[in-house]
Design a protein around this ligand. Structure first.
Ligand code: IMP
Length: 429
């Protein structure tokens, strides 16, 4: 019996949606435990594409799913995403979805603050998704957040909103933004409360009960480990912990609930937003990867920055997330290249290092040290066994395993779930 955590091992967009979909067939429950609707998970099922931001991917197949307390929930977005899926024939009811009563809410004021900061010339531009994620988490740790359960207590809600606004209106005055009337926030919440309240539950309890019954839980991480608020390229990160350990506090289970960590890893590297990216190829190679890999953000439509595989950061993620095995995705994007580079270390101020340094300055100064591998001409797209892969492609995969210190458990060779080579089943580990 095993519970599996799926995490992105780079800067997000590694193709988690497909892998979670693939694994969810073997799971009894799928749980989101951090982030919010900044995530963008694409699932292709029988040629139909489903794009999810806040809802756990298991829902598309009717699998029992949970939005854990570690997630920040935009109630208006929640309703819109549920309606969008209903339009695609997928009905989301409390039979298949529960939301943690203690999850904090994202309000319109968080979205506005996110955008005000991103547009300000004096602040540090992070290139956020502008969905209010950071400001909502700030209020959570600042102990003034409105939480999902507060929607069930309209009488005391007003006092909580006033307390929240005493902080936000002071901030807004300083930024030259108009102050907010508590009634506006109250109305904003009450207009959707009826559509959220039926989903509220004690998630920590129901998950523990399911676990004790021997059910398999799949924890669906969002973003990637290099966007982790502690272990990522700070301050160019998201505002949650994206490393695998977060699955426990973000859902209310103890750390022993995690049996296997699967790191989703793209065969090259991409990043959206600002911040260091040592192997970035701002040239025709990056353009080739971006076009062939269709590297555009699911949430914001932004073009992703592209570059060579960076074994330093993935090796670090293997350690900070305790990754047991990886799912390697998008290998076919490299098909047809004459040669392929892999970053095996960095040079920092004339010295060789084998880790990502913590300081912002050093992160921007590191120079990648590359190894060059021979490419392959035949396609890997749609391969369903190792035997179908060109010898050089197998060599590339084996070399990556060696460099990062973790084996390939799954190899994904197209967005279709059947195009997956299974080496080691994470649930059977
Ligand atoms: P935020 O999460 O909207 O605050 O954005 C912070 C940083 O995380 C920005 O660089 C975003 O581009 C990045 N980010 C947030 N969510 C995702 C994601 O799902 N995939 C990739 N990057 C993301």
């Amino acid at each position: 019996m095993a519970n599996v955590v799926v995490v992105g091992s780079q800067w997000g967009d590694e193709g988690k949606g497909k892998i979670v979909d693939w694994l969810s067939e073997r799971a009894d429950a799928v749980v989101r435990y951090q982030g919010g609707h900044n995530a963008g998970h694409t699932l292709v099922i029988d040629g139909v594409s489903y794009k999810l931001s806040l809802l756990p991917s298991g829902l598309v197949r009717g699998k029992f799913s949970v939005i854990g307390n570690g997630v920040v929930v935009d109630p208006h977005h929640f309703v819109a995403e549920v309606e969008k899926l209903a339009g695609q024939g997928i009905s989301i009811t409390p039979d298949v979805l529960r939301i943690a009563e203690n999850a904090p809410l994202i309000l319109s004021l968080h979205r506005e603050l996110d955008a005000l900061r991103e547009d300000s010339n004096s602040g540090l531009k992070i290139g956020t998704t502008r969905r209010g994620i950071g400001p909502a988490y700030e209020d959570k740790v600042g102990r003034r957040a409105i939480r999902v359960i507060d929607l069930t207590e309209p009488d005391t809600l007003m006092a909580k909103i006033e307390r929240l606004l005493s902080h936000h209106n002071a901030l807004r005055r300083g930024m030259g933004a108009v102050e907010i009337d508590p009634n506006a926030i109250h109305n904003e919440l009450m207009s959707v409360a009826d559509k959220i309240v039926p989903f509220i539950d004690r998630v920590w309890e129901l998950l523990d009960e399911r676990r004790k019954k021997g059910q398999r839980i799949l924890f669906e991480g969002a973003q990637g480990a290099l966007l982790d608020n502690d272990h990522g390229t700070y301050p160019f990160v998201t505002s949650s912990n994206t490393v695998a350990g977060q699955a426990a506090p973000g859902s209310g289970l103890g750390p022993a609930a995690i049996d296997y960590v699967l790191g989703i890893t793209k065969a090259y590297t991409t990043r959206v937003g600002e911040g260091p990216f040592p192997t970035e190829q701002d040239n025709e190679i990056g353009q080739f990867l971006g076009e062939k890999g269709r590297e555009f953000g699911v949430v914001t439509g932004r073009k992703r920055r592209c570059g060579w595989f960076d074994a330093v950061i993935v090796r670090q993620t293997v350690r900070t997330s305790g990754i047991h095995g990886i799912a390697l995705t998008k290998l076919d994007v490299l098909d047809g290249m004459d040669e392929i580079k892999v970053c095996v270390g960095y040079e920092l101020d004339g010295k060789k290092i084998d880790y990502l340094p913590a300081s912002m300055g050093a992160q921007s100064r590191v120079k990648p040290i590359y190894e060059t591998l021979e490419g392959w001409k035949d396609t890997t797209a749609g391969a369903r066994s190792w035997a179908e892969l060109p010898a050089q492609a197998v060599k590339y995969v084996r070399h990556i395993e060696e460099l990062i210190g973790a084996p390939v458990a799954l190899l994904s060779t197209s967005p279709e779930r059947e195009d997956t080579i299974l080496v080691q089943d994470p649930f059977q580990d």
